[in-house]
Design a protein around this ligand. Structure first.
Ligand code: FES
Length: 129
């Protein structure tokens, strides 16, 4: 079996939503101390819906593919849905990641959560418990 699924290779070679959003409503940045990889997510949020999302990832192929897939999964979704996105869901959408690469998908989940935390920090009135 190939190490990486077709989907991982596709999102690595042709990542969706790469870039920066100026004046983003939420920005999240996370890193993994062990491998040194860094991921940054930018969210544009309008009426509680994620209308645009972009990312910059300085990391391995799985981290790039995970961030690309994660942005596709949350684009157009309500913020509450995006908050529930798990790294497992990202890995499943990529048709799986090797076990020792699962931590790369964790970066994507954390980067999105950080960006949403940033958004809620700016708009505490919107936070639903
Ligand atoms: Fe660190 Fe993939 S090896 S994020």
């Amino acid at each position: 079996m190939a190490l990486y699924s077709e989907k991982v290779m596709d999102h690595f070679r042709n990542p969706r939503n790469v870039g920066v959003i100026e004046n983003a409503d939420g920005v999240g940045e996370v890193g993994n101390a062990k491998c040194g990889d860094i991921m940054k997510m930018y969210l544009k949020i309008d009426g509680g819906v994620i209308t645009d999302v972009k990312f910059e990832t300085f990391g391995c192929a799985s981290a790039v593919a995970s961030s690309s897939m994660a942005t596709e999964l949350i684009k157009g979704q309500p913020v509450e849905e995006a908050m529930r996105l798990t790294n497992k869901a990202v890995a499943e959408a990529l048709d799986g990641l090797p076990d020792y690469k699962m931590h790369c998908s964790v970066l994507a989940e954390e980067a999105i959560k950080n960006a949403l935390d940033d958004y809620y920090a700016k708009h505490p009135e919107l936070k639903k418990e």
